[in-house]
Design a protein around this ligand. Structure first.
Ligand code: DGN
Length: 258
């Protein structure tokens, strides 16, 4: 049976890509809610409602587990929908948070994401449980999503916006920062260059694929038989993921841009 993955739109493909690389024998059904993107500015009630509808759709595809690739939906809806669903449902927040507390040496961690993700304080809550006393600085960076979607990730506009949003992170004494939105791994090298060597970036997409592997293995649901995909942790590797699975992609609006 396939793994179901969903997101507010195209962003969750960064998570799908990591799953393809790390679990190359799994089949996947992806749903991108392109009709209702962005989730980052929506209320919790609506995000829960959208997530329920998508989970119902994915279950008609006989998925064995569901990954909420969207940080916003993971932050606002995971706790609720997990209780209601009879197959495993995981999000991207806990894996990203676990990686960040593993990486930090000074217990000062930055988190960037949509307005809704940062406002939920979900990354902070999860990290505080894992590492009491950890200091977390959150910063919403809403313009990063359209910059990536409109193809400006390599344009100097991206640099200006990075400077606008991240100057305070750069000046702070965090040593780790979570890329808490599906689109941000596509700005990873730019952000890394801007922040310098002193700040380690964590990509929850990569960590989520690792956690998914553990979850499936623990439940005896993992399709093995291939080598593990290459470690990439971000945008650098081009081209297909050399995976063997079959993939289906669904969107709730026209697919041209997708
Ligand atoms: N997929 C969303 C997230 O990771 O929070 C970003 C896109 C959006 O809905 N604003």
């Amino acid at each position: 049976d396939p793994i179901g993955v969903f997101d507010s739109g195209v962003g969750g493909l960064t998570v799908t890509r990591e799953i393809m690389r790390q679990l190359p024998n799994e089949n996947m059904v992806y749903f991108g809610d392109t009709a209702r993107v962005p989730y980052g500015s929506k209320s919790k009630d609506n995000i829960i409602r959208y997530s329920r509808q998508i989970i119902r759709f994915l279950q008609t595809k006989q998925v064995k587990a569901i990954v909420i690739a969207c940080n916003t939906a993971s932050a606002l809806a995971l706790d609720v929908v997990k209780e209601e669903t009879d197959i495993p449902v995981m999000g991207v927040i806990a894996p990203g948070a676990a990686a960040a507390v593993r990486v930090t040496r000074n217990q000062k961690i930055g988190v960037i994401g949509t307005e809704a993700t940062i406002r939920s304080h979900m990354y902070s809550k999860v990290m505080e449980e894992m590492m009491p006393g950890v200091e977390v600085i959150g910063k919403p960076c809403p313009l990063f999503v359209p910059i990536v979607e409109e193809g400006f990730a390599k344009h100097h506009i991206a640099e200006e916006v990075i400077d606008y949003y991240l100057a305070s992170m750069k000046e702070s004494d965090i040593d780790t920062m979570i890329l808490g939105c599906t689109h941000y791994p596509l700005l990873r090298s730019r952000i890394m260059k801007y922040l310098g060597d002193g700040i380690e970036l964590v990509n929850p997409a990569y960590e989520t694929a690792m956690e998914l592997r553990k979850l499936l293995k623990g439940m005896d649901l993992l399709n093995e038989g291939g080598s593990r995909g290459k470690e990439t942790k971000g945008e650098e590797q081009k081209g297909p993921a050399c995976a063997n699975g079959s993939y289906e992609f669904y969107v709730s609006d026209t697919a041209d841009k997708f």
